[in-house]
Design a protein around this ligand. Structure first.
Ligand SMILES: C[S@@+](CC[C@H](N)C(=O)[O-])C[C@H]1O[C@@H](n2cnc3c(N)ncnc32)[C@H](O)[C@@H]1O
Length: 331
């Protein structure tokens, strides 16, 4: 019998559950070695508030307590002092928070389990605008301006390389990085900048556990990945759903769920938003567990998880043409 720590994941195939709360707290409540696959997309740094209240004075509060910019506080201190994940005053603090949260899930992941994390990058600006919603700081959504301290690599117009910093920080915590899958997004909107190319990709990192001895061994069904099994996939950005602008496209996550979680296994999305990963897991005979901090999205996720239509996205014409074009370069 595994020790009960607060959450019993759904046991029946085809069942899903969504818990409302902070992933940091909920991950700690899972039974040891109960999860086959963690697949998720956390809030990216400095882009959106998701309607959450954030303490913009938190750096000053930290320094008043004797902390320094260079040394990130613990996530527990950060959120107790009004900090929201993704709105850290410095990108270094974001990376530190994110890694700390994933570490809380380590014991719940089976030794042969996988973590897939989708994460995008941000350009530095001393004065940046944060939208309440919307992609990559674009759109007509209401926004707020905020000032971020400059210094070191934090310089005007700098591409911050946050995904890479996150991946390296995870490696330093013993995770083994198996793939840096590039998600190429064909349908990104045009940008006003005249001195750089459009950011049209995001990273999808695959981590597995490092065993005490020997080489890592984990579940992987190679027959379920995209044709050609390459680490670049071209999938259009999904139209948002339920007021969420960062919904996972089915075509991006379905091959990951099929290849990295055995049939009947448990798929956990600790930042589940509208619950697309859970719906795709259920559609494919896996079990689903989602965590989400806002009640708005956790309510949508609960409804969407069992909705077959939500788990099925018909690729639009641009997407299908893109895939065909890419295949023609491959073979
Ligand atoms: C990038 S979105 C995920 C979207 C999701 N992949 C989908 O398909 O809808 C990140 C989500 O994490 C939620 N979130 C932010 N901080 C959180 C936290 N500490 N714990 C749990 N969820 C959190 C946000 O409300 C948001 O819905």
């Amino acid at each position: 019998m595994t020790e009960f720590r607060g959450i019993t994941p759904p046991l029946l195939e085809g069942a899903a559950e969504v818990h409302e709360g902070d992933a940091y707290d909920l991950l700690d409540k899972l039974p040891a070695e109960s999860v086959d696959l963690i697949i998720t997309s956390p809030p990216y740094w400095g882009l959106r508030t998701y309607g959450l209240d954030h303490n913009e004075e938190i750096l000053r509060d930290w320094e008043r307590e004797g902390g320094s910019k260079e040394e990130a506080p613990s996530y527990d201190w950060y959120r107790l002092n009004g900090g929201c994940l993704g709105l850290e005053p410095l990108p270094e603090w974001y990376v530190s928070n994110l890694v700390e949260i994933f570490q809380r899930g380590a014991s719940a992941l089976k030794p042969g389990g996988s973590i897939w994390v989708n994460i995008g990058d941000t350009y530095f600006a001393r004065w940046s605008s944060i939208r309440f919603d919307g992609r990559q700081g674009l759109g007509d959504n209401p926004r707020m301006r905020r000032k971020t301290p400059m210094g070191g690599f934090r310089q005007e117009k700098q591409l911050l390389m946050i995904p890479a910093r996150f991946a390296i920080a995870m490696q330093n915590q013993r995770w083994i990085l198996r793939n840096d899958l590039i998600w190429e997004k064909r349908n990104v909107p045009p940008r006003p900048e005249k001195d750089r190319l459009r950011l049209a990709h995001e990273h999808f990192y695959h981590f597995v556990k490092r065993p005490k001895e020997g080489r890592p061994k984990y579940y992987y069904d190679m027959s379920a990945v995209e044709e050609g099994a390459r680490d670049v996939v071209r999938v259009n950005v999904s139209a948002g759903s339920d007021g969420h602008s960062a919904t996972f496209p089915v075509g991006l996550i379905e091959p990951r769920i099929l290849s990295s979680c055995p049939p009947g296994g448990l798929v956990l999305d600790p930042f589940c938003g509208t619950g697309r990963s859970l719906a795709v897991a259920i559609k494919n005979g896996r079990r689903g567990l989602g965590f989400e901090i806002t009640s708005k999205f956790s309510t949508s996720a609960r409804a969407n998880a069992m909705d077959l239509r939500f788990a099925t996205e018909v690729p639009d014409k641009a997407d299908a043409a893109g895939q065909a074009e890419m295949q023609s370069h491959l073979f």
